[in-house]
Design a binder for this molecule. Structure first.
Ligand code: ZN
Length: 254
């Protein structure tokens, strides 16, 4: 019989699992606030209805559960067979009946939570490969899911905001995003400063911190992450050569 508690005893991982499950509960709450008819409505992602977002979040849980399975068994099971298959699955999921769509989210989330719970402590370091081709330890799947559920809860566009996302999650998101820019070299001349984020209220700086005359994007952490994730420029201000009276769009992230 499977254990009822997480097998991992690593306190950091336990904290991360809590953050992922809290995010899942938050997404569930926002989804439950939507009527069946409202599922047809638009989101903060261009071209996607709420149906697409819910389908994506459901299939994402299944895909991440495949990585956890891989870590547990050593049998290679990729997240998706191809990027096209991933897109087709989302488009199909978006056509499901409201009850089927809600079941997809609920069942996939419970399944993933159980997969994590039952993953033996030593298997969390087993390496798996993400849809983007990164080789990561199984423990990374927790963060991969965390950022999906929190951000897409906001994307549902029925009242959640980036300010609802816990600060540690926002901070790690900003590290991910600015790290991706830096790896691609797309952040040249762009300095991102987060106000009031340091322990003593100082600014935290990201992006091209060595630039001579940078375009500076400034705001509180939730607003900066919202902008950096490509979700608009609410709450951020900009100065410098790239400003031109408006906040420039953030470089592509994913
Ligand atoms: Zn996503």
């Amino acid at each position: 019989m499977a254990a009822r508690a997480d097998q991992t005893t690593d306190p950091r991982l336990q904290e991360e699992l809590l953050q992922a499950r809290r995010g899942t509960a938050f997404f569930a709450r926002k989804l439950n606030e939507l009527s069946d008819a409202a599922l047809d409505g638009g989101t903060r992602l261009p071209g996607w209805t709420r149906r697409h977002v819910v389908a994506h979040v459901g299939y994402n849980a299944r895909a991440i559960a495949r990585l956890v399975d891989w870590a547990a068994t050593g049998v290679e099971t990729p997240m998706y067979s191809s990027p096209e298959a991933r897109g087709q699955e989302i488009n199909f999921g978006a056509t499901l009946s409201p009850i089927a769509l809600r079941n997809l989210f609920d069942h996939s989330a419970v399944h993933l939570s159980v997969e994590w719970r039952d993953l033996p402590a030593e298997a969390w370091s087993h390496e798996v490969r993400t849809a983007q081709g990164r080789t990561v330890p199984a423990s990374e799947t927790v963060w991969m899911r965390t950022r999906e559920v929190w951000m897409h809860a906001v994307d549902l566009d029925n009242g959640a905001s980036f300010a609802d996302i816990p600060a540690p999650v926002l901070g790690r998101l900003l590290q991910d995003i600015t790290g991706a820019w830096s790896a691609r070299g797309t952040d040249a001349g762009l300095l991102v400063t987060v106000t009031g984020a340091g322990v003593d209220g100082t600014e935290l700086k990201f992006g091209d911190t060595g630039a001579g005359n940078p375009t500076i994007i400034t705001g509180p952490l939730p607003a900066v992450v919202e902008w950096a994730a490509g979700r608009g420029a609410r709450g951020v201000t900009t100065v410098g050569p790239g400003a031109n009276g408006a906040v420039p769009a953030a470089p592509k992230w994913i």
